[in-house]
Structures are given as C-alpha cells and as structure tokens.
Ligand binder design. Structure first.
Ligand SMILES: C[S@@+](CC[C@H](N)C(=O)[O-])C[C@H]1O[C@@H](n2cnc3c(N)ncnc32)[C@H](O)[C@@H]1O
Length: 242
C-alpha cells in the first residue's frame, strides 16, 4: 500500500493547526466517543432507510469523522482537481470537511475564485460548519434545508455528496439517476464502497456510462493516524459528468 503523499499531509496539517482551538477538536476523545464510532459504523451499513439523524450528537460525530472525511476529500479532489470548476454545492455538508478541503486545495494553487454553498437539514451541523469556515476565513452561503425540498431546475455547480448517500432511503439512487441531467456541473459522491459499487452498477445497467468510480487506499503517517483513528485511509468515490 502506498503512503499518502507529502503535499496532502502538509495541507492536512495546516488545516489541523487552524482548527485546533475549536472546542470540538480541543477536547480529548472519550471512551463513549469510541462507542459512538461503533454505533455510526453499524448505522451507516444497516440503517439506510431509517429516519434517525445525527443532530443531537453533531459534535461527537465531527470529533470522530471530521478529520477522516477531510482527509478523504483532500485525496479525492487533489486527484480529480479538474472536477471542481468555479462553484460547489456541498449537500449534507455536516461540518463541511469537503468544502474546507476543496477551498484549501484551491488556495494552495492560488486560484481564489470559488463560490461555496452548504446545505444541511441539521441546524447543529450547519452551526458547526459556519463556525469552522469563519475561523478559516472561507466565505460560504449556507442553507438549513432538506435537500429534497429544494426543487432546483438545474445545478450548475459541482454538487458533492460526502457520506450523504448512506443516510438516504433506497429510492435516492433512482431519484439521482432520473434527475442526472439537471447536474450540468456534474456531481461527486464519496461514500462506503458498497454504495459506490451500487451507484455505478445502477447507472451502467440503465444505459448511462458517464459515471466513473474510484477506489483509493493509502497508509498514513502517525501524526495523521492520531486524528483519523486509523493507520490507513480508504477513499471510495464516483463522479458523473453529463
Ligand atoms: C454522515 S453526515 C456527513 C457529513 C459530511 N458531508 C461529511 O462528509 O462528514 C450526513 C449529513 O447529511 C445531512 N443530511 C441527511 N439527509 C439530508 C437531507 N435530506 N437534506 C439535507 N441534509 C441531509 C445530515 O444532517 C448530516 O449532517
């Protein structure tokens, strides 16, 4: 297994430094957070049709998953930088690890012109996202909305679903497929491996080969493993360009 590249490690470390004083990341992980991690893993796999949401425990979720999902986004969007364009819509943004990763990658390349919109149905998650983006001087438009109640005719930005798919009802895949032409700026999904396989299979079986999936696997240095609570990182994703 290859090591994560140095550039990604440095960008990760910069973000970590900027956010280390934020209250969620300042507190040490407690034993009940590890129990929550186990709960989330089971929940992600088996309760896709559930109406449960993460709202009451948004801070614990982010303590465990923010850094991991940030790292995955850095890896994915550094590799597929060309997908980004001028604007992104981060659906089910949580604490916005994806938008933060992309903004940082853009700034590193001195390309400042990115418009960032965040949507989450959870006020708590969006509150954390706004705090964090403000600390990092990232301008965002944010909407506390249910994505399915925002009937857009067209999405001209790159729409990103990071660990959003795993929380949706099983008919989401059909809805996504039937509306795929509305995503004129394309969409990208990061999720569990099974879900990515399922999405690609569904698109291809229904006659659209415009989807591409990506499976990446790296080992991470100790300094990062302390944050993601793992010695390796797996990035499972796909993207669609109509
Ligand atoms: C597992 S978290 C992922 C957060 C973040 N994208 C990440 O990668 O860490 C899923 C998020 O999607 C939000 N969510 C789930 N269904 C939603 C919907 N229909 N509309 C808007 N947000 C939704 C939840 O509130 C939660 O914050």
């Amino acid at each position: 297994m290859a090591d994560i590249n140095r550039y990604i490690s440095c960008v990760f470390d910069e973000i970590r430094g900027e956010l280390e004083e934020y209250y969620i990341f300042k507190e040490k992980i407690k034993i009940n957070d590890y129990l929550l991690k186990i709960f989330y893993e089971m929940w992600g796999k088996y309760a896709k049709a559930s109406k449960l949401d993460y709202n009451p425990i948004a801070s614990s979720f982010n303590k465990i998953y923010f850094w991991k999902n940030l790292l995955k986004s850095l890896i994915f969007f550094d590799k597929f930088y060309d997908l980004i364009g001028n604007s992104i819509l981060d659906v089910g943004c949580g604490a916005a690890p994806v938008s933060i990763a992309i903004t940082k990658l853009i700034k590193k390349r001195k390309e400042e012109n990115l418009s960032v919109s965040l949507i989450d149905k959870s006020k708590n998650q969006l509150h954390i996202a706004k705090d964090i983006t403000q600390i990092m001087s990232i301008n965002v438009k944010s909407y506390t909305e249910d994505f399915f109640e925002m009937p857009y005719e067209n999405y001209s930005e790159l729409v990103i679903f990071s660990y959003f798919f795993c929380e949706q009802r099983s008919d989401f895949l059909k809805i996504l497929f039937n509306n795929r032409k509305k995503f004129s700026g394309g969409f990208a999904i990061i999720d569990y491996r099974d879900n990515i396989v399922k999405i690609e299979k569904y698109f291809r079986e229904n006659g659209d080969n415009g989807i591409e999936s990506v499976f990446l696997n790296y080992s991470v240095p100790k300094i990062i493993s302390e944050f993601i609570h793992d010695s390796e990182v797996n990035v499972y994703g796909c993207f669609y360009r109509p």
